[in-house]
Design a protein around this ligand. Sequence first.
Ligand SMILES: [Zn+2]
Length: 146
Amino acid sequence: MATTIRCPNCGKLNRVRPSREGIPRCANCHEPLPWIVDADESSFDAESAASVPVLIDFWAPWCGPCRMVSPLVERLGHDRAGHLKVVKLNTDAAPQIAARYSVQGIPLLVLVRDGQELDRLVGAVPEPQLLQWLDQQLAAGPTPAP
Ligand SMILES: [Zn+2]
């Protein structure tokens, strides 16, 4: 399943497929694209495997606090294009994956690198706290090869 991502640099619409290797770049100007995708039960496994750390945003339409967290996460995906992938998952539409990740409450952010969960952050947190958590987690692990 491909996701259409607009290049913030030149405006071109790019069709991006999940990949375990490399990062998506704009076909026109070759800038790294903000890698933000909506996953469902069938695409989740492919989308959550990437060469860069993956931040999974577990949300649901009825969840008010999720509407505070999701824009922050999307902005992170834009700010860190080429260094972070954001996968958004509607837990109502993907109960089996929510169960696999033992999702007790949402909003829930799970940070995955190389298929391993690094940490998770439950609840709506202010942006500075979210950034601090993310940077701490990414700094703690082994540095990925360039
Ligand atoms: Zn471009």
